[in-house]
Design a protein around this ligand. Structure first.
Ligand code: NAD
Length: 376
């Protein structure tokens, strides 16, 4: 059997599409995991080093995320194999060519992910002139997911619900909670912003260049300004500087991975000091590391519950809703889902991820049961 089918299971993937255009060296893969609940929504990631396995796992995460959020969408993911920092003209050429190649897949709704943004989505809309793209700039009729911090808004609410379920000392609240954020992009910086607004203290931040730590608190606005000026958090003028993974060792209460997959794994999970890990990134903690955290009494809110704000916002945009409606829906869905999976996890002594997966898979398999071809 072809090697590419080794991940096929009872949910998908339904289709794996290779996109190749030699004249501009466009190399991409689209994985449509499962569309029983509706057209697959999933971001376009521009990165040089994402394996097909990782793309398949990311598409599955989207299936579960959309189902858990009660959206009538399946899951997909596209990877464009390129440096996300290529000059803008080159990126525009790649994204427009990709849009052309995928124009005949109505079962896939494109959106932004690492290495793509609202402007990329506007190029796609211009190129294919159809409805199958979300995460557009406001000027192109969208709700700018990253600009408003839709995903981070959901993370803030997941944290508020999770705190009373953690082994913090009595009376512990978000106000004064020490926070470390790995990845200071759209998700990480906005999560830091929303949580600091609620009184939390950002003690650590990291990006691909390194980490910075200050137990007295980092200035979020100053860090955001540095990132907007294309600098790194290690250019922050105060605090102690460490290498990229130094943030894993920082003393803190809440640790938010908001960068890449598998950053916390069996080799380094024992270094985390936090009592609450909230997965802003997709699949940032390996299954073995999540099990370790559970056994140590450290609560870990899984990605497809905690970071579903972005896709909920995309689905709202797809339905013509406005920003304030989207934020309300994100708040409501993420608070109730976080509560639901934590209750289930406690009652059955299972990992929060298992409780969340059970919830999502039950919905997807029910939707599959209504169909002639289960996942198409
Ligand atoms: P982004 O490109 O805006 O930011 C990524 C940040 O991570 C950058 O600061 C980068 O320097 C840093 N980084 C990269 N590798 C790192 C590493 N190994 N260690 C520390 N920092 C590192 O991306 P984003 O949109 O913020 O997305 C971050 C993660 O969240 C991704 O996994 C993405 O799939 C996931 N996610 C994003 C959204 C969204 O709405 N943007 C929604 C759901 C999930």
């Amino acid at each position: 059997m072809a090697d590419i089918l080794r991940f096929a299971d009872y949910l998908g993937p339904a289709k794996i599409i290779q996109v190749y255009e030699p004249t501009i060296d466009l190399k991409a893969v689209l994985v449509i995991d499962n569309i029983a609940m509706g057209p697959a929504i999933g971001g376009i990631r521009v990165a040089p080093d994402v394996s097909i396995d990782e793309c398949i796992r990311l598409a599955r995460t989207m299936t579960l995320k959309n189902a858990a959020a009660g959206l009538s969408h399946g899951g997909g993911k596209t990877v464009v194999y390129a440096d996300p920092k290529v000059p803008k003209t080159e990126k525009e050429r790649l994204i427009r060519a990709l849009a052309s190649a995928l124009r005949n897949f109505p079962e896939y709704v494109m959106g932004p992910d690492m290495g793509t943004d609202e402007e990329c989505m506007a190029w796609i809309k211009d190129e294919i002139s159809n409805h199958n793209v979300t995460g557009l700039p406001a000027e192109a009729g969208g709700i700018p997911i990253d600009q408003i911090g839709a995903t981070a808004w959901g993370i803030r609410h997941a944290i508020e619900v999770a705190i009373p379920c953690c082994v913090f000392p009595p009376g512990f609240t978000l106000a004064k909670a020490r926070l470390a954020v790995q990845g200071f992009g759209a998700v990480g910086k906005n999560a830091a912003r929303f949580l600091v607004e609620r009184g939390a203290v950002l003690v650590g931040a990291a990006d691909s260049q390194g980490s910075v730590y200050d137990p007295d608190g980092l200035d979020v606005d100053e860090l955001i300004r540095l990132k907007e000026a294309d600098k790194s958090v290690v250019n922050y003028p105060r605090g102690q500087k460490f290498d990229r993974d130094g943030i894993i060792d920082f003393e803190c209460d809440i640790w938010i991975p908001a960068a890449r997959p598998d950053v916390i794994n069996e080799d380094n999970v024992h270094r985390l000091k936090a009592k609450l890990v909230v997965e802003g990134a997709n699949i940032p903690v390996t299954p073995g590391a999540e099990k370790y955290l559970h056994e140590k009494g450290i609560l870990c809110i899984p990605d497809f519950i905690a970071n579903s704000g972005g896709v909920i916002c995309a689905a709202m945009e797809y339905r013509g809703k406005i920003e304030s409606e989207a934020l309300d829906v994100i708040e409501h869905k993420i608070r109730s889902n976080t509560r639901l999976i934590l209750e289930e996890s406690k009652a059955r002594n299972i990992l929060p991820r298992e409780a969340a997966t059970n919830l999502a898979v039950a919905r997807v398999t029910k939707a599959m049961s209504f169909k002639r071809w289960s996942i198409y």
